[in-house]
Design a protein around this ligand. Sequence first.
Ligand code: GLU
Length: 479
Amino acid sequence: MPRFAAPAATGFHLMTIRTRFAPSPTGYLHVGGARTALFCWLYARKHGGTFILRIEDTDLERSTAESVDAILQGMTWLGLEYDEGPFYQTHRFDRYKAVIQQLIDQGHAYHCYCSKEELDALRQEQMDNKEKPRYDGRCRHRSEPRAGVAPVVRFRNPDEGEVVIDDIVRGRVVIKNSELDDLIIARSDGSPTYNLTVVVDDMDMAVDIVIRGDDHLNNTPRQINILNALGAALPRYAHVPMILGSDGARLSKRHGAVSVMQYRDDGYLPEALLNYLVRLGWSHGDQEIFSIDEMIALFDVDHINHSASTFNPEKLLWLNHHYLMHGDPVHVAHHLRYHLGQLGIDPSTGPDPVGVVQAQRERCKTLVEMAKASVFFYQDFDGYDEKAAKKNLTADSAPALALLRDQLAALAVWEKTALHECVNAVAEQLAIKLGGVAQPLRVAVSGGSVSPPIDATLALLGREKTLQRLQQALDYMAS
Ligand code: GLU
């Protein structure tokens, strides 16, 4: 059974900060959702509080099990572990029904028997009079049910006064109750609507700060009125501005990847994406690089930007390179293993990926690049890069490769310094430049003209594969 905190009435929740991420499972976890989740998670972690994951799956037509899995997978990959949940709203219908009944019993809600035709006519009339279309509350006082009509339930919004939201990001937002109409909280089949379920859950889960996208700001006054009717404590609200693409339009697929897992597949490290997301809409002076611990220590809802932020893929790439360069190689190697696996490589057939990370990270901006550039350590190649072979595997370089083969075979220890000296010695013996030896050697062992420094490359490749590939190159040159 889901664990819920003690209800607000006990006052117990005042002891800890409780945040929630409440995605609707109608697609993958996108960067906007991930940023909201990150802000909620950071705020809870910073205050030693509780981070709740709630799956808002009441829209049965649009919610899918695959989306739930995709969201959970995204959260796991990002390392945004939740303390409670995941809770599913579809498991809580009995509770919502009970609250709806309570609202009816207390006079805060009523059955509405208006037909679609009646509502359409009302709307038309209001539009003809240049009024804003809204339900006029005509069923508030209807005492008789209409035969054959399954009613909806509407919340009886207060007529007078105003709702004040002291939004942490947006500042003070005031909405007159006269602008709000009586919201449907249960459909004619009895199922609860979105605003009702959010309110009941935020109340039952004792959420004390709601951090969410500002596309929900319109719902907030309605939710506050329902919370007030239920006598619940009001959470604080922080509505986070949206993320735009470089053209100023709301971020969408046409701006490139928007799914968190797509970033994994494209070779990003989760900490790079988290660092990118935390800065997207929040700042701490000019600081750009934040370790997870620093984010937790420094994050603060008061410094969330008031205006929309623009997604900048180049900056994310720059951060990724930073984390590849400076991250713990053991950790980076863990992620490299995944990408080697994606290329059909079993890392146990070659060098330890930790060493590969150390050798490759300077020249790779993504793990996909790194994995592709490292295939030759694990798999033999069929042919050489044409241009590189034409330039380097020539009759001129044959003596150097033959000498290398012999001297490398005789090398006492297979390690970087000795390998370096061996390559130098061959160049000296043949009185040619180091590049005249190293580059043909590189093409011979890697198949192309780009690899880490030659000594590191050979050290990783190992003696057996190196000698075998040198022989293969000599055979190729002789043919
Ligand atoms: N389920 C809503 C969404 O995915 C979020 C609701 C909320 O955070 O209050 O947009």
